[in-house]
Design a protein around this ligand. Sequence first.
Ligand code: BTN
Length: 391
Amino acid sequence: MYLMNLRNQQKFGMINELKIRPASVENKKRAEGVCYSRDGTDTFLIRTILSYIGLMRGGIKMKAEILKLLREADGYVSGQQLCEKFGVSRTAVWKVIRQLQEEGYQVEAVRNKGYHIVDSPDVMTKEELDSLMDTQWAGRNIVYYDSVDSTNLRIKQMGDEGAPEGTLAVADKQTAGRGRRGRSWDSPSGSSIYMSLLLRPKIEPDQAPMLTLVMALSVAEGIMDCGDSCGNPDVKIKWPNDIIINGKKLVGILTEMSTQIDYINHVTIGVGINVNLTEFPEEIRETATSLRLECGHVVKRAPLIAAVMKRFEQNYTVFLEHGDLSGLKERDSELLVNKDREVRILGAKEQYNAYALGINQTGELIVRKEDGTEEAVYAGEVSVRGVYGYV
Ligand code: BTN
């Protein structure tokens, strides 16, 4: 039972990895003896596992906190200060600094002054993400994967197993990235953001599509907060699931939920952001772009994830307070690329051209049809194209 709980903790990211490395030969022998025996000494094994896990978690946390302190400091942070704060030796602090340097952080170490972070590369690790996250709950429990099938699938599974709201799965690469309408989402390593957030909102299932718009708004704002729109104000929301920049698709959002008939168990919002991609598959080459292509320089992914989570936490609170988008719709409408444009509505039963007027407080797109009547189009049922191209 205890071990099951530990595994769950690992799945939910409270523990990064369950690898046991006995520290000494004696410990190794003892641990191995217990592993292979069936003589009832399992409690020793459990205690051994717990103590290693404690050490690992402490190490991960210390690294993230040292990073945060170095980033926030005006000048140098003394080694003594760090030793006292974490209750560890100078050697232990130095080891963390060496690890950071090996990962590519430029950390200066100056005698009698201490440590100073000069620059950090585009690092995507749990520690980097933890050290940047400035939220109460969104993205506070991060599960990071170098490679995974799909972050949406992982979050759905964690949701079923009871992971807390705000759990965020982030991957450097996906081997089975999923797009909308059964399409795949190309997810190579080292170049993009693939992340999924777990929510447990107390709303009706038919209100859930509004969450996609809450996320779309948060991603657009996060990109602008980071200055990653390169001073370009043309980051827009293409109702209801995409973010575009200069008329090309930059971000896709896939919202999935697990429900009873009238009750939401949990919602998974998956976000794919083309950050540093320079090549796209043939079929989307004309319509897709990345921040790097638009800005002309490499963009760091971890600060962008933190900025999106911060915005999402604020916007989600406003959404829950109102029970709809009335507190956000003005901003949403401002950023809506479809507004005041001719659009083609592609429904299962009918397809028609209309003029988009904006969104209402439940997130539907209000369109004026060619016969002059107005209609509210529900996000779950249609997709929208520009009459003269992608937007
Ligand atoms: C779309 O078709 O536009 C939606 C694409 C959503 C892709 C993201 S990447 C992270 C998350 N995991 C997935 O498998 N899909 C979403």
